[in-house]
Design a protein around this ligand. Structure first.
Ligand code: SAM
Length: 330
């Protein structure tokens, strides 16, 4: 039913909803948050579990086919397993996945799998314990490694690892990270750093680009490009003839906005049609004032209709969004 879909002015159809279930995090990655953390959203502002499930249900009715839980750190959200259970029982059943830093995953992976979660993406920028502690300001590498293993054991596969390289911190580690992931059967994806940090310290000149990452990998691996990226953010390569693969998400140097099918719901119920949007659509207010599903659906459709052609990072007028990545939902 075309009229029920979430279509923007350029004909793109939103099918992938990223849902932030909390803005809190238990790590303090230097490229994301200051050491002291941020001013967390007050609890009454957060969507309740029922509210999250209801908005997802309405979105699924509008053609959303994939729901990714994120944050902040989503494993910190009490009730996450129940949210997953309810979303996995929606009709039609959306694909479900979770983006997590992996701390706490060893404990929660079996319950999340049993609730219907299909996959995880675990963020891991280094496998060196000292670097990990410096980068995240927490000595939790062992927990992340245990979380990854537990996810694979629980069948949350393919387990994907997201890595961000920072110049002078871990930019020499691309081949080692890839080897580490290949040995364990995890799919590694490198992400270019975007202007979404809380401190507004992003600098394009020091950003480690996708091309640079590929050059570093090619020094040690044979990479064959895979065709057919579709709406996926990552361009992927087969490594040394397979079966291992590696991906690069070059949002800055090679934007894929033309094929973007994503929509984001923040933990306080604001719908964002782009990571870099400077305008949000409030769903929590109407929801709490008694809006019915039809009104919520119309607000979602209007938010998608207003989506811009591209993220505009290269425009001279580009302004970083007020919210950092951790408060939008990465
Ligand atoms: N806490 C979860 C995690 O660590 O995966 C989910 C939220 S975190 C904000 C999601 C992803 O965003 C992580 O992989 C993180 O590395 C990435 N990220 C944070 N700031 C970023 C930035 N400025 N540019 C690109 N990726 C960023």
């Amino acid at each position: 039913m075309v009229a029920a879909q979430l279509v923007d002015g350029f004909g793109r159809i939103a099918r992938d909803l990223r849902v932030s279930v909390t803005d809190r995090c238990n790590l303090r990655c230097s490229y994301c948050m200051p050491a002291q953390g941020l001013d967390w959203l007050p609890s009454p502002d957060l969507l309740t579990e029922d509210e999250i499930v209801r908005l997802i249900r309405v979105a699924v009715g509008l053609g959303i086919r994939e729901v990714r839980f994120t944050g902040g750190e989503p494993l910190l959200r009490r009730g996450l397993v129940e949210i997953v259970r309810q979303v996995a029982s929606l009709e039609p059943r959306p694909k479900t996945s979770l983006t997590t830093n992996g701390v706490g995953l060893a404990r929660l992976a079996p319950a999340l799998r049993a609730a219907g979660l299909e996959r995880v993406n675990v963020s891991l920028d280094t496998v060196d314990p000292e670097r990990f502690a410096r980068l995240t300001r927490r000595a939790r590498l062992d927990d992340v490694i245990a979380g990854l293993a537990a996810a694979a054991d629980a069948g949350l596969t393919p387990v994907k690892v997201n890595a961000l390289l920072m110049r002078g911190l871990n930019d020499d580690e691309a081949p080692a990270l890839l080897r580490w992931c290949l040995q364990r059967g995890y799919e590694l994806r490198f992400i270019e750093q975007m202007p979404l940090d809380a401190q507004h310290g992003w600098d394009r000149r020091t950003m480690v680009s996708g091309e640079e990452i590929l050059a570093r990998l090619r020094a040690e691996f044979d990479l064959t490009p895979e065709p057919g990226r579709g709406s996926a953010p990552a361009q992927t390569w087969v490594v040394d003839g397979g079966p291992g693969r590696v991906g690069v998400i070059a949002s800055v140097t090679s934007p894929f906005c033309g094929a973007c099918d994503r929509l984001r719901l923040t933990a306080d119920g604001q719908l964002r049609n782009c990571l870099f949007a400077r305008v949000e659509s409030d769903l929590r207010g109407p929801l709490r004032c008694g809006a019915d599903d039809a009104e919520l659906a119309e607000r979602m459709r209007a938010a998608v209709r207003a989506k811009k052609a591209g993220h505009g990072i290269d425009d001279p007028t580009f302004l970083q969004p007020d919210r950092p990545m951790s408060a939008i939902g990465g």
